[in-house]
Ligand binder design. Structure first.
Ligand code: PLP
Length: 438
C-alpha cells in the first residue's frame, strides 16, 4: 500500500528477475546507481523503449526522464540511430584497424566545435576523464589535480576522492581500494568558492597539473555555477600554468552542440565527452588543441589505447545521433519545451507554498525539496531525500520514471511531446500534493 491507500503497480516479474540477478551480480546490478537503494521497491527490469516511453517486464508503461542517464537525447530507439547501427553491423562489428566512420564522427564534432582541434575516442566517460588527467599530467609535468566536492568524474582512482574538513584539503578516498597515496595527489574544494580556489593555488604553487570541473555539475543535484565564477576559474588556471578540464560527459551536446563551453563562451584546455556522443552505445572522447593532443601516443609520450576504441557500430550510432542534433532549431525547440515544463512545475509548487525548487538548464532538471538557492554539495539537506523517496514511488505508480535517487537530474528528450509533458506534469502535481499534504 502506498500513500494513496491504493496498491502499487504490479512489479512481480521485475522482482523475480531481481532475485535471480542478485545471485549473479553484487547487489543484483552491473552499476550501483541502478539499484533502488534510496527509493522504495526494487529495480524495474526494462524490456523495451520507444520514443519517450519504456516498458518494464510486467508490461507497465512509463514516460522516461532518465533516458539511460543522459545519452538518449533523441529518446529511445530513434529510427535514424537504429537504421545506422543495423547498416554498419552488416559489414562486421569490430576490426581493431581504422575505419572511415571514426573520421566521419570526428569531422561532425570538430567542424562544429571551436573549442577543440583534435579528439580521441575511447569507450566510456570514465575512460575519457582518466585519460584527460594523464594527458594533463604528462603535458604539464606536474602531478596534483584539483577537483570540486559534488562533481563526479567517473570511477577512476584519482577521482574517487572526497573533501576532508577544511577549506582546502587533500582528498580522502571515497571508495575502498583506492590507495591513500592516490588521494594525496587530489586536492578537493567546494564549488562556487573563490577564496578556496585562491588558497589552493597559493598552497600548491606550481604543482597543480589540472583543475577538473563539471561546468554544469549534474551528478549530485544540479549545482549551477555563476558564469563569472567559471570565468575566474579559467583565469586563475591560466595564470598558474594549470590546465582547465571541462568534464562535459553530461553537458556535452546537451546544452547545445558545443556543450557548456559554448553555452558560457569559455574555452577550457581539455574537454571530455561521453553519454550523448555515442547515441546510446559505449563511447567517450577527449579533445583539446593540437599542441596538447599531440602529447598522446603514438605522437607523444603519454600512453593511452583501447581494443574497441572508435568501434564502428558505436561510431555509427554517434554519427546518426549527432547529425540530428545539428538540424537547425533542434536545441531551441528542445530547450524551450524543457523550460516550459520546469517552469510550470515550479509555478504549481510556489502557488501552494511547497518548499520545492526545480533547478534547470537546457533540457536537464533537478527536483529539490528546499527553498534555498543550492550551488554546492553541502547546501543539499540529506533529510530532504525522504520526500523524494515518496515522490519517486508516487510517480512510478502514475507512469513516470525518474532515476532512482534524489541526487540525480532528469532529462527531457526531443521525443517527449507536449502531450507527454502535460501528462507528466499532472502526475508530478498529484505526487507533490501527496508529499506535502499526505
Ligand atoms: C556519467 C559521467 C561520467 C562517467 O561516465 P561513464 O560512461 O559512466 O564512465 C564522468 N563524468 C561525468 C560528468 C558524468 O556525468
Amino acid at each position: 500500500m502506498n500513500t494513496t491507500g491504493k496498491p502499487d503497480i504490479s512489479r512481480e516479474k521485475s522482482a523475480e528477475l531481481y532475485e535471480k540477478a542478485k545471485t549473479y551480480f553484487p547487489g543484483g546490478v552491473n552499476s550501483p546507481v541502478r539499484a533502488f537503494k534510496s527509493v522504495y521497491g526494487t529495480p524495474l527490469f526494462i524490456e523495451k523503449g520507444d520514443g519517450c516511453h519504456v516498458w518494464d517486464a510486467d508490461g507497465n508503461q512509463f514516460i522516461d526522464f532518465c533516458c539511460s542517464w543522459g545519452p538518449l537525447i533523441l529518446g529511445h530507439n530513434h529510427a535514424k540511430v537504429r537504421e545506422k547501427v543495423v547498416e554498419v553491423i552488416q559489414n562486421g562489428i569490430s576490426f581493431g584497424a581504422p575505419t572511415a566512420l571514426e573520421n566521419e564522427l570526428a569531422e561532425l564534432i570538430l567542424k562544429h566545435n571551436k573549442f577543440i582541434e583534435k579528439i580521441r575516442f575511447v569507450s566510456s566517460g570514465t575512460e575519457a576523464v582518466m585519460s584527460a588527467i594523464r594527458l594533463a599530467r604528462g603535458y604539464t609535468k606536474r602531478d596534483k589535480i584539483l577537483k570540486f566536492e559534488g562533481c563526479y568524474h567517473g570511477h577512476s582512482d584519482s577521482l574517487l576522492v572526497k573533501a576532508g574538513s577544511g577549506l582546502v584539503t587533500f582528498g580522502e578516498t571515497s571508495s575502498a581500494g583506492v590507495p591513500k597515496a592516490f588521494a594525496d595527489e587530489t586536492i578537493v574544494i567546494a564549488l562556487n568558492d573563490k577564496e578556496a580556489l585562491q588558497k589552493a593555488f597559493e598552497e600548491f604553487k606550481d604543482q597543480i597539473a589540472a583543475v577538473i570541473i563539471e561546468p554544469v555539475p549534474a551528478n549530485n543535484g544540479l549545482l549551477l555555477q555563476h558564469k563569472e565564477y567559471l570565468q575566474y576559474l579559467r583565469e586563475i588556471s591560466a595564470q598558474n600554468g594549470t590546465l582547465l578540464i571541462f568534464d562535459e560527459v553530461i553537458s556535452g551536446f546537451r546544452l547545445g552542440f558545443e556543450g557548456a563551453a559554448g553555452y558560457y563562451g569559455i574555452k577550457p584546455d581539455i574537454i571530455t565527452y561521453g553519454k550523448i556522443i555515442g547515441g546510446g552505445m559505449p563511447v567517450g572522447a577527449y579533445g583539446a588543441s593540437t599542441q596538447i593532443m599531440d602529447t598522446i601516443s603514438p605522437v607523444g609520450p603519454v600512453y593511452q589505447a583501447g581494443t574497441l576504441s572508435g568501434n564502428p557500430v558505436a561510431m555509427g550510432a554517434g554519427i546518426a545521433q549527432l547529425t540530428e542534433l545539428l538540424r537547425s532549431g533542434f536545441y531551441r525547440d528542445l530547450n524551450a519545451k524543457a523550460e516550459e515544463f520546469a517552469e510550470a512545475i515550479q509555478r504549481f509548487a510556489t502557488a501552494r507554498n511547497y518548499k520545492f525548487k526545480v533547478f534547470t538548464i537546457g533540457s536537464m532538471f533537478w527536483f529539490a525539496f528546499t527553498d534555498k538557492d543550492i550551488r554546492k554539495a553541502e547546501d543539499i539537506d540529506p533529510a530532504s531525500m525522504e520526500k523524494f523517496k515518496i515522490m519517486h514511488r508516487e510517480l512510478l505508480n502514475r507512469g513516470i520514471y525518474l532515476g532512482p535517487s534524489g541526487y540525480e537530474v532528469g532529462f527531457v528528450s526531443s521525443a517527449h511531446t507536449k502531450v507527454d509533458l502535460e501528462k507528466a506534469k499532472r502526475a508530478i502535481f498529484d505526487s507533490l500534493d501527496l508529499v506535502f499534504r499526505g
